[in-house]
Design a protein around this ligand. Sequence first.
Ligand SMILES: Cc1cc2nc3c(=O)[nH]c(=O)nc-3n(C[C@H](O)[C@H](O)[C@H](O)COP(=O)(O)OP(=O)(O)OC[C@H]3O[C@@H](n4cnc5c(N)ncnc54)[C@H](O)[C@@H]3O)c2cc1C
Ligand SMILES: *[C@@H]1O[C@H](CO)[C@@H](O)[C@H](O)[C@H]1NC(C)=O
Ligand SMILES: *[C@@H]1O[C@H](CO)[C@@H](O)[C@H](O)[C@H]1NC(C)=O
Ligand SMILES: *[C@@H]1O[C@H](CO)[C@@H](O)[C@H](O)[C@H]1NC(C)=O
Ligand SMILES: *[C@@H]1O[C@H](CO)[C@@H](O)[C@H](O)[C@H]1NC(C)=O
Length: 599
Amino acid sequence: MAATTAVTLVVLFLAFVANLVHASPPGPMVTCSSGNTTCIVSNALGSFSDRSTCDVASVAYPTTETELFNVVSDASLRKQYMKVVTVYSHSIPKLSCPGGQSGSGLAISTLYYDKVLEVDLEANQMTVQSGIKLGDFIQAAAAVGLALPYTPYWLGITIGGLLGTGSHGSSHFGKGSAVHEYVVRMRLVVPSQSGARIIDLGENDDDLLAAKVSLGVLGVISQVTLQLQPMFKRTITNRVISDVDFESAVASFAAKTEFGDVTWYPSQEKVMFRDDDRVPLSTLGAGINDFTGFREQPSFLITTTRIAEELAEFAEDSLAKCLLAKVYVTTLLETGLGYENNNGRFLDFTGYPIIGNQSDLQAAGSCLDSNENNLLTVCAWDPRIKGLTYHQTAVSIPVTSIVDFIGDVRKLNEARPGSLCGTELYSGFLMRFVRNSTAYLGKTEDAVEIDITYYRSENGTVPRLHEDVLEEIEQMVLFKYNGLPHWGKNRNIGFMGMREKLGSKGDKFVDVMNRFDPEGLFSSDWSDAVLGLRSKTPVIDGDGCALEGLCICSTDNHCAPSRGYLCRPGIVYTEARVCRKTSRVVPEIEEADYERSEL
Ligand SMILES: Cc1cc2nc3c(=O)[nH]c(=O)nc-3n(C[C@H](O)[C@H](O)[C@H](O)COP(=O)(O)OP(=O)(O)OC[C@H]3O[C@@H](n4cnc5c(N)ncnc54)[C@H](O)[C@@H]3O)c2cc1C
Ligand SMILES: *[C@@H]1O[C@H](CO)[C@@H](O)[C@H](O)[C@H]1NC(C)=O
Ligand SMILES: *[C@@H]1O[C@H](CO)[C@@H](O)[C@H](O)[C@H]1NC(C)=O
Ligand SMILES: *[C@@H]1O[C@H](CO)[C@@H](O)[C@H](O)[C@H]1NC(C)=O
Ligand SMILES: *[C@@H]1O[C@H](CO)[C@@H](O)[C@H](O)[C@H]1NC(C)=O
């Protein structure tokens, strides 16, 4: 244990000292064995949530709407299944695989479909091809003095892709933080009997409410017009305080802080409120956000860190993980999480507040920057090296439920001290604000989205340390609090019962889908499963399925009985069914666990 900790401390220390320049951008998401045919579609993590990739017959790279039209038209006449694949394909669930027989579908890549088409300086609107990266969009808008008010925090996603899954930043102001709230026009290319047709949707068109968040099942989004604002500045201060009763302050914080979010480190009994408000453009400051987690990292340090995490896992060394988390979080906070006061010109981070242009603060992703391809430095989750492998649970609950939910997590954490340290090695419990939406697949109430990222073993048959605790939290947020999953994150069970949760909005979405793509050429088993169609389900039963979030355990073989992990009720949310280690290995913690599990 001591050795593990020591190794990792050194590694973490080095990770902050080393700052190499040449990052390798992510590899291609579509790789073909001959020309542009017989290809494999993957995602940024190297596989989808069920660890699969998919085979397609071919890939097309349209650059203009006419080319796109012809691609969809030809495939439609052949009755071929299709799906759009983006430059880096950052969603975790299996959204990018065409339906139909494996190896028979068409991937339509938006890799080269990424131009700015029009800027309207009178209306503050910008029209782009859907494959443009968020980073390029933000820069193009900033170049003419405009800004998107709210965005996800990661630059490496595309406008088409982030809209497809309802992606967001954090705000309860105005229409809230989801980018789709700011779409004023959209052009789609959809299949038809005679080939393809273009659908042009304006702001007053009800069908836009389906197209804004579409999971890619309506057809191809060709062009998007977004409502922007004149550039403004933000002032940011991360306030770290004791977590005592912080949850009762969350709703009022959201009501008065335009861009704020909240990060909870439950094991360290700390919470960070990001005080983050709009200030006039004339305010002094050239701060930027180069978030540490999205910077390029030396590959050998990432793999060494991963090995240290694995050693703690294999040794079932809870304490080592907690110590690691403590060092990691302390260092992260002291170095300002990658905020820089003066665009990196002097000392990187000299203290709060960070004041800068919206375009320099709203998102980060410098690990994507360079064109070097030597794999010496990469984004930390790059599948070409043995780096981070993780599960992500990202679910929103009504803001009115946050006090009870956090209270439940506290109880669980008290019953199982140290069990949540592992989450702090990623980003703790990140809480962001999203408003209810008129979009049919958008949020159904003003909500807090809770993101939790945690260790996933290389081998899906190997349970995690404190497997049961995060499973219980996952089921609690999804079913006790009736949470809505982020469409682009989560494990399979996150999407159980979605049709019921969406209610009549789900029906409205399916109506539009049936009109735009009556033959379902843009649908797949996965989209059918999450929309509750054709008796498909996101659940995949089998030995060990609960460990991977492919099922909720109902029998022991869904866990890992040979390793002592059996299917048991939750501790706080007793309706939950979780994989718990029932034999003793770490006496103090396991004993408390064992007694409670017998209640
Ligand atoms: C490091 C990281 C940070 C993230 N941060 C945030 C965050 O802060 N907030 C947040 O909300 N989410 C966040 N996400 C999730 C991310 O925003 C979503 O997964 C997003 O959908 C990814 O966009 P993409 O361009 O990679 O699309 P993909 O994942 O490639 O595609 C998503 C879906 O959209 C479809 N699609 C894409 N383009 C089109 C098109 N032109 N026409 C029709 N269908 C299309 C695809 O077929 C697919 O079904 C993050 C993800 C990562 C990996
Ligand atoms: C594959 O498609 C790209 C983009 O359209 C094109 O430049 C390239 O020539 C194609 N490759 C083959 C072998 O057809
Ligand atoms: C901030 O944006 C304004 C308006 O677009 C621009 O003039 C200014 O140069 C930007 N400041 C920085 C530090 O980039
Ligand atoms: C959001 O919720 C509020 C309060 O429940 C309601 O008044 C409003 O109409 C809803 N807005 C949308 C867009 O659904
Ligand atoms: C995972 O481990 C099991 C049992 O230890 C083994 O049978 C299986 O081959 C491993 N799978 C992978 C992908 O390594």
